[in-house]
Design a protein around this ligand. Structure first.
Ligand code: CMP
Length: 141
């Protein structure tokens, strides 16, 4: 299986709940290494640009408003099959539908305040990682 990198964001609801460490433990205990990490309070422009693929969706405006409501914790995760593995650990987008034991089932409040974001494909992962991290700030090991 290939070693991949994926972008993960711990969203404002989970940062406010003080569960960054608990979510990091999920990553680390499931074979994902945190190879870059930063906390950031996104501007409206940054949130709109990051979620540009959703700009025609009815929830776009509320999604952006929510994502700028507080700081987020952003990381690059590296490991075998990292993109799918992270999506399994996150669970379904809607926490009410997410499998028991997943990050969203445990820490998410609603489809919008769903604790975490994770890239959904190798192409998206490359674009999303480059959006937040220059190559020199990623420490592979
Ligand atoms: P995320 O993985 O960050 O990607 C886009 C986000 O839009 C998604 O998680 C949800 O938090 C949010 N969202 C809000 N409403 C919806 C919806 N009806 N369908 C899908 N995503 C939604």
């Amino acid at each position: 299986m290939a070693v991949e990198r994926t972008l993960s964001i711990i969203k404002p609801d989970a940062v406010a709940k003080n569960v960054i460490g608990q979510i990091y433990t999920r990553f680390e205990s499931n074979g994902l290494k945190i190879v870059a990490s930063r906390m950031k309070w996104l501007s409206q422009h940054e949130a709109e640009a990051f979620y540009a693929v959703h700009k025609e969706r009815p929830f776009f405006k509320d999604l952006v408003k929510y994502m700028i409501s507080g700081p987020v914790q952003i990381q690059v995760l590296e490991g075998e099959n990292a993109i799918m593995k992270n999506r399994e650990l996150m669970g379904a987008t809607d926490p009410a539908k997410a499998e028991k034991g997943t990050i969203r089932a445990e820490f998410g409040k609603s489809i919008e305040a769903n604790a975490v974001h994770g890239s959904d494909s190798p192409e998206t992962a490359a674009t999303e990682i480059a959006f937040f991290f220059p190559r020199m700030d990623i420490y592979s090991r």
